[in-house]
Design a protein around this ligand. Structure first.
Ligand SMILES: *Cc1c(COP(=O)(O)O)cnc(C)c1O
Length: 392
C-alpha cells in the first residue's frame, strides 16, 4: 500500500514511528541535551550542515522529530516545527516572517493572550496590527495595505464559534502578496486542514486537543519547507522556544487517538448543544452544528465535524451564569480546553476579562455567556450536571 493513500487514522498511528535496535513497539523518549560525534571531522561536518544529524536538543531531538513528522503528515504540510507552547509557536512564526514596518491584519476574535502578544510586545518592534471581524471578508480586504505581510485568524473562534471561509480568505491574502496563518487549535487536522484550503501556515496549541488529557504545554507550526523548515526553524534554533522530549512523547501518543477523540467530542457537544437549545432559561446557544448558526453551511463544507466547543448565554447576566457554574457538581471550572474532562469557563471574567466592557460588548461576550469544552464523560452525566446547574 502506498503511503500517500493511507487514511488519517492510520497516519496518526504509523507516521513518525521509528524503532531503536531494542525493537520497542511504543516509541522511545530521548532525554538528552546533546549527541556525540565519532570524531572531530564528523563534528565539523554536522555543524557546517554538510552532513545531517543530531547536534543539540535545542533544535534537534529524535522524540520531538517523531512528533513533528506525524503532525506534518496529518496537516498535509511539508514541514513542522514543535515549540514549547502555543504562544511560542505564534511568536516564532512572527519573528521568522516579519520585520519592522510590516503590517498584520488579524481577526478580532482570537485567543486573549495572542491579542496581548501582538498589542503589547510585537508592536514594540514596529509591527502594526489592524483588527477586523472574522466573518467579514470585505473588511479583511479593505484593511490590507501595501505593507501587509500576513493575515491571522482562528476558526472556529473562541468562545462564539464563528467561522471564516479559509479558501476565500487565502485568495484575498494571495492576491495581495500576503500569507494566511490559521490557528487550528479548535478543530485540529482531524476536523479541518487549513493548508489544503489555501492557508500558508498552521499554528497549534498542542496543549489542547493534541494532548487531549490536559497534561503538557506545547505548540507547533506547520507549512512548507522554506517558511517553516527554514525560516521559522531558524528562530527556534537561535531563540530556543524548544519542546521537551517528554512533552513531545505525550503529544506524539496523543495524536494516535486524535481522530476518535475529536469525533467523540463532536458527538457529545452536538447532543449537548441541541439539548441546551431547548431550555427556556437559555437565551442563545452557539454551536456550528446547529442549523441556526450563521455559518452552519460553511462549517459543513470546510470541516468534517463541528468540534467540541459549545457556548451559551443564560438570562440574568453574571449572577445567573456564575450560579449555573457554581451549582454544577461534575464539570470542572477551568480555562483549559480539549481535555477528556468537560470544562466550563465564564469568558467575560476570565479569558476575556482584560478587554474593556465596550470591547466585550462589541465581541458579543456578554456576562451571561458560558463556554463549555465538552469532554468525553457520558453525555447523560454532562447533561444531568447542567440540569442541576440550571435548576439553581
Ligand atoms: C490555548 C491557546 C493558545 C495558546 O497556547 P498555549 O499552549 O497555552 O501557549 C493559542 N491559541 C488558541 C486558540 C488557544 O486556545
Amino acid at each position: 500500500m502506498h503511503k500517500k493513500s493511507r487514511k488519517f487514522a492510520t497516519l496518526a498511528i504509523r507516521e513518525g514511528h521509528h524503532q531503536t535496535p531494542e525493537q520497542e513497539h511504543s516509541e522511545a523518549i530521548f532525554p538528552t541535551s546533546s549527541y556525540t560525534f565519532a570524531n572531530a571531522e564528523e563534528a565539523a561536518a554536522k555543524f557546517s550542515g554538510d552532513i545531517a544529524g543530531n547536534i543539540y536538543s535545542r533544535f534537534n531531538n529524535p522524540t520531538v522529530r517523531y512528533f513533528e513528522e506525524r503532525l506534518a503528515a496529518l496537516e498535509e504540510g511539508e514541514s513542522c516545527v514543535a515549540t514549547s507552547s502555543g504562544m511560542s509557536a505564534i511568536l516564532a512564526t512572527m519573528m521568522g516572517l516579519l520585520q519592522q514596518g510590516d503590517e498584520i491584519v488579524c481577526s478580532k476574535s482570537i485567543f486573549g493572550t495572542t491579542t496581548n502578544l501582538f498589542n503589547n510586545y510585537l508592536t514594540k518592534f514596529g509591527i502594526k496590527f489592524t483588527f477586523v471581524d472574522l466573518t467579514d471578508l470585505e473588511a479583511w480586504e479593505t484593511a490590507i495595505t501595501n505593507k501587509t505581510r500576513l493575515l491571522f485568524a482562528e476558526t472556529p473562534s473562541n468562545p462564539l464559534t464563528e467561522i471564516v471561509d479559509i479558501k476565500a480568505l487565502s485568495q484575498i491574502a494571495h492576491r495581495n502578496d500576503a500569507l494566511l496563518v490559521i490557528d487550528n487549535c479548535f478543530c485540529t487536522p482531524a476536523l479541518q486542514k487549513p493548508l489544503t484550503l489555501g492557508a500558508d501556515i498552521v499554528v497549534h496549541s498542542a496543549t489542547k486537543y493534541i494532548d487531549g488529557q490536559g497534561r503538557c504545554i506545547g505548540g507547533a507550526v506547520v507549512g512548507d519547507k522554506e517558511l517553516v523548515g527554514n525560516q521559522i526553524f531558524g528562530v527556534l534554533r537561535s531563540a530556543g522556544m524548544t519542546m521537551s522530549p517528554f512533552n513531545a512523547w505525550v503529544f506524539h501518543k496523543g495524536l494516535e487517538t486524535l481522530d476518535i477523540r475529536m469525533s467523540a467530542h463532536s458527538q457529545n457537544a452536538s447532543t449537548l448543544a441541541h439539548w441546551l437549545d431547548q431550555q427556556e432559561s437559555i437565551e442563545q446557544v452557539y454551536y456550528p452544528g446547529l442549523t441556526s448558526h450563521p455559518q452552519h453551511e460553511l462549517a459543513l463544507q470546510q470541516q468534517s465535524d463541528f468540534g467540541g466547543i459549545v457556548s451559551f448565554a443564560v438570562n440574568g447576566g453574571k449572577e445567573a451564569s456564575w450560579n449555573v457554574m457554581n451549582h454544577c457538581e461534575l464539570l470542572s471550572i477551568t480555562a483549559n480546553l480539549g481535555d477528556t474532562k468537560t470544562t466550563i469557563t465564564h469568558p467575560a471574567s476570565t479569558t476575556h476579562g482584560r478587554l474593556s466592557a465596550e470591547e466585550r460588548a462589541s465581541a458579543n461576550i456578554t456576562d451571561g455567556l458560558i463556554r463549555v469544552a465538552v469532554g468525553l464523560e457520558h453525555i447523560d452525566d454532562i447533561i444531568g450536571d447542567f440540569k442541576t446547574g440550571l435548576k439553581s
